[in-house]
Ligand binder design. Structure first.
Ligand SMILES: [Zn+2]
Length: 141
């Protein structure tokens, strides 16, 4: 896996500053899978993508987290998370990558809007406002 870009670095810092990235943890991978199952059932999600199932791949150790749409089956997505990142904020960050997998820029404006939208629907407006403010303060919009 390639190194973290400067933009990624600023995105991660803004997420942590907002409190969204480290807001709680799932006890079991099955709990995180259930959260993804609930997300893909929402009308908001279904209006934006053909992905109808996201498979969570939980890996112990220091594995890089990532999310993507299946290139051979547009109805499927995959999210890989490591043992230290079984948290809603990380999951929603990666779900936004599934939603915007075709965006050319890594962590670009479409991804940011998708992430803010998921956070608003799953955490609430207060959390999405904090995340947007942190992105603004870092000059990322
Ligand atoms: Zn990312």
């Amino acid at each position: 896996m390639s190194g973290v870009t400067r933009r990624q670095h600023e995105i991660y810092k803004a997420e942590i500053r907002s409190g969204v990235a480290w807001s709680g943890a799932y006890i079991l991978p099955a709990h995180a899978q259930a959260a993804l199952d609930a997300l893909v059932k929402t009308a908001w999600w279904r209006r934006r993508t053909k992905v109808r199932h996201i498979e969570l791949r939980w890996k112990p150790g220091n594995v890089f987290c990532y999310g993507h749409q299946d290139t051979e089956d547009e109805a499927r997505g995959f999210i890989t998370v490591n043992a230290a990142s079984l948290a809603p904020g990380v999951l929603f960050h990666e779900a936004a990558h599934v939603l915007t997998y075709d965006e050319a820029e890594d962590h670009g404006p479409r991804w940011m809007r998708a992430y803010v939208g998921i956070v608003e629907r799953r955490f609430g407006a207060w959390a999405s406002e904090l995340l947007q403010e942190a992105f603004e303060e870092a000059g990322l919009w």
